[in-house]
Design a protein around this ligand. Sequence first.
Ligand SMILES: [Zn+2]
Length: 425
Amino acid sequence: MKYLVFLLTALLLPSAAQAMNTSYSELLRQISPERRAELSVPVPSAPETVKSVMPEQSDSGRYWVTASASNSRERTALLEKGLDIVEINSGSVSGFAAADTLRALSSEGLIASFRAISAARDFPSYDSAYHNYKETSELMQAIAAKNPDIASIFSIGKTVEGRDIWCLRFNTNAKGMTASSKPGAFFLGNHHAREHLSNEVPLLLAAWLMDNRNRPEIKKYLDSLDIFIIPMLNPDGVEYDISGGRYHMYRKNMSRNSDGSFGTDLNRNYDFLWCKYGSSNNPRTDTYCGKAAFSEPEAKAIRSFFAAHPNIKTHISYHTYGKQILYPYGGTYDEVPSEKDKKAFIKIGNEMAELTGYINRKSSDLYVSSGDSCDWAYKAHGVLAFTFELDGRNFYPSASEIDSVVSKNINAAVYLLSMTANPYK
Ligand SMILES: [Zn+2]
């Protein structure tokens, strides 16, 4: 009897996950105007006015570097020397570099300016609007718990440090890892640790879809498609990036390299022209491609995930920042071989550009960088895969920027859903 009472209580009491508020508007309201006032924006310090001293051999610090480059080939060469390009201007680029990279670029006379990244950015107040790994996982679980008829959550694998990589799935009849013949759409975020907004967009897209699931224009996609959302592929890197009360400007995963340094650039670890262009063999650089293609458990998990779901037709991989929509190839100047696919990339990309105010272009028009997830997904599985570089002026946009970026990107994602059953229409 006691057991029965216990059982009944357990059934009647909502679990912590079910009790959690999953409403899209409530999630945005949590970033209220009052909260925003206290969420000061960590804008990168003013352009380098103070000349920094060239780092010593023993320096393992990180630098914000502006280097000369005026075309795609010169930018690609900088990537290969280990510079992680973040901003592109006419005649120059800016981005992050380890001390080694900075010295190498400097010896070739390519450095216009640089400064050490040392400013500790007090973390708790303005980070609180973002979802860390635990909050992201709990919100995904709560969304699944509230919509058990259509939503399920499962892990696609574990990271280097043993965290589960969670996937939320919306499908009216297939749950978890079960195969489905419905056309699939896949939204993926946070390959790169410091790109926190790239987690928020797919995560809040999930909340928005469930809030609006009974609207006929959304219901028809939920009824007919297989929708997968993995907002945080690199939770180890994310947790490191926000650890210790400051941002670390960290990009890679947390695998230990043979020279004692940490991290592979996950978006250079896929097996299409792996490590050929725009990536580095030096483990200490931000663009390190890893020991081998698919050497990293996070990239391997994505490989197995695509293999298990050959019904996936369309895909967005979110990054920050730059207001760009990039379609394959990024690893070569070549066009994709199929004229039909190229037309679809241009048409669908242009439409999403219209909805977001971004620019749609072939990825290698910016620079060539091989081994990324979208090139591989297209090459290996024929998926119409887009890389989004979201808005922002830095990697830590204020919480107040989240809602406008999220809402227009939801429009683009819904448009992609509308094209998933027949991308060539
Ligand atoms: Zn990125």
